[in-house]
Design a protein around this ligand. Structure first.
Ligand SMILES: Nc1ncnc2c1ncn2[C@@H]1O[C@H](COP(=O)(O)OP(=O)(O)OP(=O)(O)O)[C@@H](O)[C@H]1O
Ligand SMILES: [Mg+2]
Length: 227
């Protein structure tokens, strides 16, 4: 069974008397180990799709099944539980806690899983070390470069060992060189077996994914088959 299955998913927003169909009839299957890039112009529905994939929002129509569970049938608590156990999020703006060390930032998701403080810090330090930041454990966000902050955010996304790594424009705020390092990190994670879905405007990011889903006006206009 696929890790993620979207079948005929639609999402509309009611705006007074107007209705915006941000997604219409979107069907996508993502297998374990896939690396999928979602691409499309501004307003095509990428963030709307990301919010549904990340269980931050529910489809208005159609079905979304993640890890065997039908999102439409789950209450908010169950959705929060799926987010915390199954998905690691990476955002364009890193979303790190300010005034908080790298290791404490990375340890935070484990707090919600009832892991002891000592084990949290050990696992966070090990994850940062794996991503080449073993010498930045005590640095706060303002004391790190953009590329380092994004790698800390990726370490935080991975520390719970999620089934899915979900990223929205992960290189959007980075200089070219730092963006390339983050792209290489995604390539390495995919090679190591991670399932990755990312949204991007950046053709170089899209090029390293194993396939690309093209969105236009809320529908898929091109769906490449996995190699
Ligand atoms: N909360 C909302 N209420 C009403 N309309 C919305 C809402 N969020 C998004 N939309 C509309 O849905 C459509 C898709 O928006 P979305 O944010 O998913 O696009 P996007 O592809 O992420 O664009 P960008 O590349 O600019 O981030 C747009 O027409 C947008 O105006
Ligand atoms: Mg967007």
């Amino acid at each position: 069974m696929s890790l993620l299955q979207l079948a005929g998913v639609g999402r509309s927003y009611e705006m007074g008397t107007e209705r915006v169909d941000a997604l219409r009839g979107v069907s996508i299957d993502v297998e374990q180990g896939d690396f999928v890039a979602i691409v499309g112009p501004s307003g095509s529905g990428k963030s709307t799709l990301m919010n549904i994939l990340g269980c931050l929002d529910r489809p208005t129509t159609g079905r979304y099944v993640i890890d065997g569970r039908d999102v439409g049938a789950l209450d908010d608590n169950a959705l929060a539980e799926i987010r915390s156990r199954t998905i690691g999020f990476v955002f364009q703006n890193y979303s790190l806690l300010p005034g908080t060390s790298a290791v404490d930032n990375v340890a935070t998701p484990l707090l919600y899983q009832g892991v002891s403080r000592r084990a949290r810090l050990e696992r966070a330090a090990a994850e940062l070390d794996r991503l080449g930041l073993g010498n930045r454990l005590g640095h706060e966000p303002t004391q790190m470069s953009g590329g380092e902050q994004q790698r800390v955010a990726i370490a935080r996304a991975l520390v719970t060992d999620p089934a899915l790594l979900l990223a929205d424009e992960p290189t959007g705020n980075l200089a070219v060189r730092q963006g390339e390092e983050v792209i290489q990190l995604f390539v390495d994670l995919h090679r190591a077996g991670r399932t990755i879905v990312l949204i991007t405007h950046n053709p170089e990011v899209a090029a390293v994914a194993s396939r690309r889903v093209h969105l236009l006006d809320g529908t898929i206009v091109e769906l490449e088959q996995a190699a």
